[in-house]
Design a protein. Structure first.
Lengths: 303, 343
């Protein structure tokens, strides 16, 4: 059974949706922090990488999966709070470009710490490998991870929507994302809002780490680096200033690269990044606010 | 007194380059390679400075100009009989011709400038984050295309068999040339107009300066310098797509930021200081003896140290080691930092 167009089979389609879901979560993680801090976190992928190493570490010692996941969450959360405290907080007054350079430095720093600590060869995270096996749904084999990723992402997004829409801290975060200074004047506490954004973004990075290690069990220092670059492209494509467009952009990039990577022959799919980034540049030039934003919602950098 | 300052602003970086070259002549051959590499880095960082420093706009894309420069010089200066082994799918025009060292460097600069013009025409409308991400996109595209398009280069292979003409002399002359060009640009009408747009874009526009045009001029000039530096680079060591990608982008940006992005002096100091630290650590990674102590650092220490150094400088001294100022005997410039980039 296959979809007629391009000879894509259902399995490729499901995998593409799964990858899109994972990228959507990363996009939310990056977008949340961008909303309140105007900070594009290039080092987001290294949070995921750290979580993946925690999982691999637990898996190599034969610890149960649950312990590995708890360890992964702990490592990622501590690291993201540290990153905020040590690097982002002192740089808060700087221009977005300086902060981007700083996160670039942090990304390289963390990557080489991983290289120092664990070596270039990488570690295997095998404890969740069963999720790579397929289930058969009406004659079609679909990998469990594709389903798990989609469901988990949907659940995370639902919780996030409720959090942002129904709670006080969510309201404050939305206000801060809209206009930080006015929100602060009206009594929104900057530290708490930023802390919440960093915390949630860290939680999402940990979830992503769990799912990505199923997709790619070999954890190396440049784990999730390419994914981060793709997601950043997606976030810009969708519209950096708003969470929903950013998420859609992340999903679109993951879905497209999963689908085209699976469907096109290698000699065409190898140029996929070029087309992707050409699209990003085009969007930046023509619709700087992003593809999925309406007119009048264009991103304005805080001065 | 005021007349002396510009002379010092040119001579100080040149003297530093000459000093590095002098160090290169007295050390062992293996250390000399580090010195030559440091001098090529000076050329790259000065190229970055011409655009980033004077305009205050971030660019992650300059290493793609280094890459196309390296490709142009490497492909055309490799001996014809070596080409089929390394570049089997090369277009016939490139396959059958070889040019000399100096011509290849000139070609590298021309290709770098041409590419920068093509990229800059649309991109110079952007600034801030948009510019950062779009230029990063340029780096990704260039890397991706050079990696797989085997008609114009070695693809995944390495540029071996390119004549290794970048010795100490060529590297120091190249670095000095880059410094002189950057200095001349900074002192020219164009350079002054561009720094005016950096300090206050609205005011510069109000007196009739075209921000777009001034940025484009600087972008093309720095593209030429970066391409030229790429030519030097490919004549120094066997380059491949990975050696002109993220790592080099990171380290050269770190050099610029650590030295102080808004001054030529800062660019040269940053390039040499970070190269020095980096080479020392690289040597230490393979085991050395310092003051009777044996030092053996694990692989990866270099980037950790450079990354930490860069983060520290950004946090503690965002204008860089030199404060982003040119060297001045009378310290007439106020200490405060005005520039957009470092605020």
């Amino acid at each position: 059974m296959s979809v007629a167009v391009l000879g894509i089979d259902w399995q490729t389609l499901a995998d593409a949706v799964g990858l899109g879901a994972i990228y959507a979560l990363m996009a939310v993680g990056i977008g949340l922090v961008f909303g309140v801090l105007r900070l594009v976190n290039f080092a987001y992928g290294q949070l995921v990488m750290a979580g993946a190493y925690a999982l691999a570490f637990a898996s190599e010692r034969g610890w149960p999966v649950s312990v590995g996941i708890v360890l992964c969450f702990a490592v990622v959360l501590v690291l993201s709070l540290l990153m905020d405290r040590i690097v982002f907080r002192p740089l808060r007054a700087q221009s977005p470009a300086v902060m981007l350079v700083a996160t670039f430095a942090v990304a390289f720093l963390l990557q080489s710490i991983a290289l120092l600590w664990f070596g270039p060869l990488g570690k295997i995270s095998a404890s969740l490998a069963t999720l790579n096996q397929p289930v058969t749904i009406s004659g079609v084999d679909i990998r469990k991870i594709a389903i798990v990723a989609t469901v988990l992402t949907a659940a995370c997004l639902l919780v996030l929507v409720l959090l942002l829409g129904r709670t006080r801290v969510g309201l404050h975060m939305r206000a801060a994302a809209m206009d930080f200074r006015t929100a602060e004047l009206l009594g929104v506490r900057a530290g708490r809002v930023i802390g919440a954004a960093v915390l949630i973004s860290g939680l999402l990075a940990a979830v992503v780490a769990v799912m990505l290690t199923v997709q790619t069990p070999l954890v190396t220092p440049d784990f999730a680096l390419r994914d981060t670059i793709f997601v950043l492209a997606g976030v810009v494509l969708g519209g950096m200033n708003r969470l929903v467009p950013a998420t859609l952009g992340g999903f679109a990039i993951g879905f497209a690269s999963g689908l085209l990577g699976g469907a096109l022959p290698t000699d065409q799919s190898q140029y996929l990044p070029s087309f992707l980034f050409a699209a990003v540049i085009l969007v930046l030039l023509i619709r700087p606010g992003g593809l999925f934003t309406r007119e009048g919602q264009q991103a304005v950098e805080r001065v | 007194m005021r007349r002396v300052d510009p002379i010092i602003q040119l001579l100080a970086p040149i003297a530093l380059v000459a000093l590095a070259a002098l160090v290169g002549t007295i050390v062992s051959t293996s250390t000399e390679t580090y010195v030559i590499n440091a001098l090529v880095n000076v050329a790259i960082v000065v190229a970055l400075y011409v655009f980033i420093g004077n305009s205050g706009v971030l660019s992650f894309g300059h290493i793609s100009f280094v890459a196309v420069g390296a490709w142009a010089a490497g492909v055309l200066s490799m001996p014809v009989e070596e080409k089929p082994a390394i570049m089997p799918n090369l277009a016939s025009l490139l396959r059958d011709h070889t040019i000399g060292n100096v011509w290849s460097l000139a070609l590298a600069a021309a290709v770098g400038a041409a590419f920068a013009l093509v990229v800059g025409l649309p991109l110079m409308r952007l600034s801030g984050l948009g510019a950062g991400i779009a230029t990063f996109g340029v780096l990704e595209i260039t890397h991706n295309v050079l990696r797989y398009w085997e008609k114009i280069g070695p693809g995944l292979n390495t540029f071996s068999a390119v004549p290794e003409s970048t010795g100490l002399l060529q590297a120091s002359l190249g670095a000095a040339l880059a410094v002189v060009v950057a200095f001349a640009y900074k002192r020219s009408r164009f350079g002054r107009l561009l720094s005016a747009t950096r300090e206050d874009a609205a005011a510069a526009r109000a007196v009739g300066v075209s921000v777009y045009r001034q940025r484009l001029i600087a972008f093309v000039l720095s593209g030429a310098l970066a391409g030229f530096a790429g030519g030097l680079y490919v004549h120094l060591l066997p380059v491949n797509t990975e050696s002109v990608y993220l790592d080099l982008t990171f380290i050269t940006l770190a050099m610029l930021v650590i030295g102080g992005a808004t001054s030529l002096w800062g660019a040269v100091v940053g390039a040499l200081v970070v190269s020095g630290v980096d080479s020392f650590l690289a040597e230490a990674e393979s085991g050395i003896h310092v003051f009777g102590q044996s030092l053996d650092l694990p692989a990866g220490t270099r980037i950790v140290v450079v990354g930490a150094l860069m983060a520290l400088v950004l946090i503690l001294r965002p204008a860089g080691l030199t404060g982003g100022r040119e060297l001045s005997l009378w310290q007439r410039h106020p200490l405060r930092v005005l520039t957009k980039f470092a605020r």
